[in-house]
Design a protein around this ligand. Sequence first.
Ligand code: GTP
Length: 356
Amino acid sequence: MKAIILVGGEGTRLRPLTLHRLKTMVPMAGRPFMEYQLHLLKTHGVREVVLSICHMPGLIRRAFGTGSRYGMKFHYAAETTPLGTAGAIKNAEKFADVSREPVVVLNGDVLTDINLTQMLAQHRRRRARVSIALTLVSDPSAYGLVKQDAQHRILSFVEKPSSDEGQSPWVNAGVYLFDPGAFAHIPAGKPYSAERGLFPDLLAKGERVWGFTNRDYWMDIGTIDRYWQAHMDILEERMFLLPTGKVWKRNRRIRLGQTCTLHTSAHLSPGTVIGDRCRIEREARLGELLVLGNRVRVGAQAVLERSVIWDDVTIGEGARLNGCVVASGSTIGRFAHIRPGTVLGEKSVVPDYSRI
Ligand code: GTP
């Protein structure tokens, strides 16, 4: 089975983290996000992936290359103008060799451990044209709701549910199986949405569209809140962690990269992932649920918790960070306080003693 991953969007809701990189490249607990999706695909036997690209095409090709590093083969299906989700899938068709078997399609911002093998088995059993993974979310208002019959055949879609339409809690998870025949329903070379165009159109034509309801882990990392929450879920072991570094000898829930320097008086807590060549100084306290990228320096008596810190960040003496995201190359001044919900883009500078 082959896969198409849609990674051509601008990721505007994840700004400023996506100003200089694509959503699929943002670090997730020390790895580029896409590696989680590649791991999922490999687990279910996929070795060939079409990356559907548009925005920042050179950057993504340089970052992921031919796929050999992952034991996979990548093709790049590039768009000169955004074709929307279904248009992008059509554009990827020529690389996916869709004549023989179903193709997995992933939105490039979905973190999940969904059982694709079971989904494929249901897809075949139901002889579906398209299968759509469905997940439960606590607030479905931001997602496309799906109404299905008792057998999980999809009856209708509700894109922006009002409160009285909100009875069906299953939402489109952005994970699909496309039968070879599904591609013929997508117009070539023009913008077309899967959610608002193709799927309702297939229903109108009486095509077989099935839901795959599941309670596997699922998070769309497309907003800052959910990007941060995905980290917390990984660190609290609700979702798998792709290992980085090594388990620290004193606590199995702390992972430490290569050649880190930890002062003997520094305090580390469970649910922490530290990258390579970090330096943690005297009496610094790394509280629970923390990710440090590579080459992060944490000054003496700094206190950090529930935060995601990217590479090459310097945190001054006595600084306090809680519930924030700090992108690469940033500098946090001495005794600065960064409050929950703060997101600092790349190369931010926070002056000494400031409160933000
Ligand atoms: P926002 O700008 O924050 O809305 O994000 P987005 O447009 O990057 O993502 P959205 O959630 O709207 O789209 C779902 C997935 O489809 C993401 O992984 C996008 O990268 C991808 N995508 C959206 N539009 C296009 C497109 O025109 N072409 C391609 N190739 N991918 C797309």
